[in-house]
Design a protein. Structure first.
Length: 318
């Protein structure tokens, strides 16, 4: 039995290495993401745009060729990479990408001041769309605009939920030493004032440069095994126009690689820090790799004076 286990482990490692060794330009059907889609577009979602969008105010020349929210004059404004697949598989990419991008934008607007927050992605999985069976990033922003949402300390991520169990405990809770858990009513709450959608290279760059990371829709099939292999530090350029949209990531910047003579997007995934470059990867810009530039991104603008320390009776953050 031990020899059999060891043999299977060797075969598995050899498979991953062989997949990773394939050029990014040659992605075959057997190298696609093995899970189902975690994207279910919501036909009832409606944007709420109250002001001119960045692409309406900035020219292409106003946007730099290189911009990375992880390093703005030596300061990081980007929250950490997460893993939607533990402690069990959960198709919550839509909630991960949207809440991570919103947490980044809150950090940007507050210039990194204390306290720092992560948004309670688990509340979105409990309350919205199909939960672990997929959802829509835009729906998360619409929900937050209308209801607000708490921080991660209200709801640790447990990779469970069907989107229809939005009881008070699933908004914010605490548990006593005896094991009894109850809802908490007084907690920090986050809102957004407007939210929308943007697509196309120049419009996406203007949005991300001007207001922060955005949650974007992609075809995850071609990058799953690639991000576990030896080529993951390269710019992915293996699937222009792939359009089986089944995943949401967050774009945190963009740049130009002189050695490769290639413009690229900087992307945070939600498959763990062992995937890609510590949970991030670079994607070739300009030819609609994995369908991202044509499918586009959901964005939201935080409403800072509604971030309340200690809940609705507390003080607003600066």
């Amino acid at each position: 039995m031990a020899n059999g286990v060891a043999l299977r482990a060797v075969v598995a490692v050899a498979f991953l290495v062989s997949v990773g060794a394939v050029s990014a330009r040659k992605v075959s059907a057997d190298q696609r993401h093995p899970g189902g889609s975690c994207v279910k577009r919501d036909p009832n979602y409606r944007t709420k745009v109250l002001s001119k969008e960045p692409h309406e105010q900035l020219s292409v020349a106003d946007v730099p060729r290189n911009w990375d929210w992880r390093d703005v004059n030596g300061k990081n404004y980007v929250s950490s990479s997460r893993n939607q697949h533990i402690p069990q598989y959960c198709g919550s990419c839509w909630a991960m990408g949207s809440t991570s991008s919103l947490a980044d934008r809150i950090r940007i607007l507050r210039r990194g001041q204390f306290p720092d927050f992560m948004i309670a992605v688990q509340t979105a999985v409990y309350c919205l769309c199909g939960g672990c069976d997929g959802g829509d990033a835009g729906t998360v922003y619409q929900y937050i605009e209308q209801n607000g949402i708490g921080p991660d300390s209200c709801q640790n991520y447990i990779a469970q939920g069907n989107g229809s169990d939005c009881r008070p405990r699933h908004l914010c809770e605490n548990c006593s030493p005896g094991g009894n858990c109850s809802a908490v009513s007084d907690y920090p709450k986050f809102y957004v004032q407007e939210h929308g959608h943007v697509s196309g290279v120049d419009k996406m760059k203007a949005e991300i440069f001007s207001r922060g990371p955005a949650a974007c829709y992609v075809d995850a099939g071609p990058i799953w095994f690639w991000g576990l292999g030896p080529n993951r530090s390269q710019i992915f350029d293996g699937c222009p126009g792939c359009d089986q949209i089944d995943h949401v990531i967050s774009v945190v910047g963009f740049g130009y690689d002189e050695s490769a003579d290639m413009d690229y997007w900087i992307i945070r995934n939600s498959w763990g820090e062992y995937w890609g470059e510590n949970g991030f990867f670079r994607l070739k810009m300009g030819d609609n790799q994995i369908g991202m530039e044509s499918t586009g991104c959901a964005w939201a603008v935080p409403l800072l004076n509604h971030i309340l320390v200690g809940g609705t009776n507390g003080r607003t953050l600066p």
